[in-house]
Design a protein around this ligand. Structure first.
Ligand SMILES: Nc1ncnc2c1ncn2[C@@H]1O[C@H](COP(=O)(O)OP(=O)(O)OP(=O)(O)O)[C@@H](O)[C@H]1O
Length: 334
């Protein structure tokens, strides 16, 4: 459904060149639900804008729905739906009318645009509000209407650029449910961008991690976590010196662990953390370094990103401004 080779986009603004996307090789099969995950400025939107023919690549190639974005942009546009970051629907129109007009713009007959609009209004739970002016809809309802607009011409491929940004957690969860349901109902291939870790984790079958315009990982969330991040054991001590000694002891005893400490806390990243933690606590106790508390956490996609790039993907950090880790690495072994 999508195949890119060496896809690159450089912007030049005020004599400064920004390489927004650098040599992206990406393949998406029909029916997949793929999330492009990365910090602000990583190049996700620029990638989407090239794939949807809104901007031309600087170099490289991309075929989308069987067509080349550079030489067959009209065909690509007809085959895809694209929901950008802003709201697409006009404010003074009624939602349902807006959908029908959109369908007509795609060359649909009035009858088929109407029946498709009715079907989408129903699928996206917009029945109560579809005949109100768009300006009166809530953020979540407008976002769902945007998605209906993107689907009006029954595209085989739907691009969603940060669909849930700005929505509260409840509306975000609701939108995610709708995306999954639409995908099941229509078999639409969905490519979305997000910087919400939980969204990528729970929604996407495949996560493509992008950083500084490059693809840094591409796999299922489960495999990414298994391959690139271990469990996290967090140990707290009463004294700073105990934390430092405990960290040094753990480094000596567990060659495969990644150990960091700060103040009275030690964080150990290791495979099978839950199994290892009890023995680790006993060993520290025996060495006169009793931990005050212990917490074992399964890895998150943030741990994956941290492992791959050395930076955190937590919200608020951008690709241009690397997050500073508050913990001092004291020993890292392969
Ligand atoms: N039209 C433009 N002119 C100049 N630079 C641009 C332009 N569009 C994007 N950029 C730069 O390209 C880089 C990638 O931007 P892009 O919007 O693709 O990132 P993103 O991963 O989608 O981020 P966000 O999550 O904030 O949307 C950024 O450094 C951005 O400032």
């Amino acid at each position: 459904m999508i195949e890119t080779h060496g896809l690159t986009k450089a912007f030049t603004a005020r004599k400064r060149t920004v390489e927004a996307v650098r040599g992206l090789d990406l393949t998406v099969a029909p029916g997949e639900l793929v999330a492009l995950l990365g910090p602000n400025g990583a190049g996700k939107s620029t990638t989407l804008r090239m794939l949807t023919t809104l901007i031309a690549p600087t170099s490289g190639t991309a075929r989308v729905a069987g067509y080349d974005v550079a030489t067959q942009p009209q065909q690509v546009r007809r085959a895809i739906g694209y929901i950008g970051q802003g709201n697409g629907a006009g404010h003074n129109q009624r939602g349902r009318d807006e959908l029908v007009s959109h369908g007509l713009a795609y060359g649909m007959s009035k009858a088929s645009a109407r029946s498709r609009a009715d079907e989408l209004v129903d699928s996206l739970d917009l029945t109560q509000v579809a005949d109100r002016k768009v300006s009166s809809l809530s953020g979540g309802q407008r976002r769902r209407l945007d998605i209906a607009m993107g689907l009006i011409h029954a595209p085989a491929l739907l691009f969603l650029d940060e669909p849930s940004t700005g929505l509260d957690p409840q509306n975000r969860a609701n939108l995610q449910e709708h995306v999954v349901a639409l995908r099941e109902r229509y078999g639409t291939t969905v490519v979305l961008t997000t910087h919400y870790l939980d969204e990528a984790d729970s929604l996407a079958e495949r996560v493509v991690v992008i950083d500084h315009g490059r693809l840094v990982a591409d796999d299922t969330p489960a495999r990414l976590k298994a391959d690139h991040a271990g469990d996290r054991i967090t140990l707290a001590f009463d004294e700073v010196v105990d934390a430092a000694n405990a960290a040094a002891r753990i480094v000596r005893g567990h060659g495969d662990a990644e150990v960091e400490h700060a103040e009275r806390e030690v964080v150990v990243r290791v495979a099978s953390g839950a199994r290892l933690a009890p023995a680790m606590l006993v060993d520290l106790q025996d060495a006169g370094l009793p931990a005050r508390s212990v917490e074992v956490a399964r890895p998150t996609l943030d741990d994956v990103f941290l492992n791959l790039t050395g930076r955190s993907l937590r919200e608020g950090h951008t690709a241009d401004q690397p997050a500073t880790d508050q913990l001092d690495p004291i020993g890292v072994s392969a």
